[in-house]
Design a protein around this ligand. Structure first.
Ligand SMILES: [Zn+2]
Length: 452
């Protein structure tokens, strides 16, 4: 056995590199690459809700314990007075371009459709480390989304596949021909690590029924694909007399299927007498899942506040971020609304971590369990005077706000705009004060911890 600790650091580095072993393993007496010290850890999956230190080694969670000595880590970040949670999971997000436009091949067609999705990595600003694209792409457009977005993003990107082969907003969402169950099944089976379920949305919300437009076509075909792939279906739905909301959640949806946009204007969440629709509890008893999917048109306080007061809180909190709402909505903004309505922080974190992880059959995510990817959010809870808006352009005053201060994805510091993990510039090491002689030179940085 070599005695690594007596060798000069440079020699250890050379040997480590030669053997292909990460240098961090040999750093003298350090057990962790990174230590988040003094934060209030909320990890609902592991029943932790108290001050703990979190150690990270080689991109994985290595310890969640009380009083880990600072000298056991190469880098220590003081997060006292802040909350440390698993990286948040937003299961309703939109990336990529969506469907191709109907006139794609016309001689006078413009080169590209306007994109529907927003940059995946914007999610990191809210402490989100996993997003799930909610059906922006279908079987025919998924490969483009994978190559252009999923494979390049820093945030982990998973997807619900649209039952419509051309995907969302290209103009073909109303076409029965496009709802190709076999194509949907084949594509999900081809990408089992990326596609977590099926999505249906926007189908025939007002036009007359005819041979091409039958009330349950999109719902039935999405469920068929869900059955054949053993995966959940996420429903964006518009009730009509021939297809009621109660029919959807009490008859059509299977246990584990997800109704997103639950507090949108079109759903009878609160009945005329002010009581919550009993169908919600009946659906829950069947195993139906309810998701927020806030978006530009799917969150009304008139539904959310009375529902919360009567004990109904959606199982998962999500944003429906896309080009139409990204100035207004963020994961932190939506979580803050639930805090403002009186939902406890631990509960809000649960519905933004382990709950959505289980909904997409990925219980390995949304936890700080030892050995999992070190996906971590550092969050600040502030008391003060705040107001929040809804999609009916009404507002609600509040005295609380949640905001991400730092986001760590697989051990890399991906978001730290206030420099929580950084030294004051006057105290930086000598390299920071050097002028690089070439454009290709390594940047003059105050530390070399892995960052984006
Ligand atoms: Zn959406």
């Amino acid at each position: 056995m070599h005695n690594w600790t007596k060798m000069p650091a440079a020699a250890v580095l050379v040997i480590a590199l030669f053997l292909g072993i990460p240098y961090a393993s040999f750093a003298q007496s350090t057990r962790y690459d990174l230590l988040l010290k003094g934060g209030h850890v909320i990890d609902p999956a592991n029943h932790i809700d108290e001050v703990r230190d979190v150690g990270v080694l080689q991109g994985k969670i290595a310890a969640v314990e009380k009083n880990i000595p600072a000298d056991q880590a190469r880098k220590v970040v003081d997060v006292s007075s802040l909350y440390v949670t698993p990286g948040l999971i937003d299961i309703h997000y939109h990336v990529g371009n969506g469907g191709a436009p109907l006139n794609w091949f016309a001689p006078d067609a413009r080169a590209h459709a306007l994109p529907l999705g927003i940059p995946a990595d914007l999610a990191l600003q809210s402490g989100v480390t996993t997003i799930v694209d909610a059906g922006t792409s279908g079987a025919e457009t998924f490969l483009q989304e994978k190559e252009e977005v999923i494979d390049r993003a820093r945030v982990r990107v998973l997807a619900f596949l649209n039952i419509v082969a051309n995907g969302m907003s290209g103009g073909l969402e109303q076409s029965l021909d496009q709802m190709d169950v076999k194509l949907c099944v084949d594509t999900i089976k081809k990408y089992p690590d990326l596609i977590v379920g099926v999505k249906t949305a926007h189908y025939w919300t007002g036009g007359p029924w005819d041979g091409e437009h039958v009330p349950w076509a999109a719902v039935d075909r999405a469920i068929e694909c869900g059955i054949l792939t053993n995966s959940p279906v996420m429903f964006d739905f518009w009730p009509r007399p021939e297809r009621t909301y109660e029919d959807l959640i009490l008859t059509k949806m299977r246990p584990g299927d997800i109704h997103t946009h639950v507090f949108a204007q079109q759903f009878p969440i609160i009945l005329p007498d002010g009581k919550i629709n009993p169908a919600l509890a009946q659906a829950r008893a069947r195993g139906v899942i309810f998701d927020v999917g806030h978006g530009a048109g799917s969150f009304w306080f008139r539904n959310a506040v009375p529902a919360q007061k009567q004990g109904f809180i959606p199982d998962s909190i999500s944003t429906d971020l896309h080009m139409g709402d990204y100035l207004t909505v963020s994961m932190n903004n939506v979580m803050s609304k639930f805090l403002a309505m009186g939902v406890p922080l631990e509960d809000v974190v649960r519905r933004s971590t382990i709950n959505p992880a289980k909904e997409i059959h990925r219980p390995d995510l949304g936890t700080l369990s030892i050995g999992q990817d070190a996906d971590i959010a550092v969050l600040e809870l502030t008391q003060g005077h705040f107001s929040y808006s809804d999609c009916g352009v009404a507002k609600m005053d509040a005295n609380i706000r949640l905001l991400a201060r730092m986001t760590i994805r697989a051990g890399r510091i991906s978001y730290d705009p206030s420099g929580l993990s950084m030294v004051e510039w006057e105290k930086a090491r000598p390299q920071y004060f050097t002028i690089p002689d070439r454009g290709e030179s390594l940047p003059a940085r105050a530390d070399d911890y892995p960052r984006d």
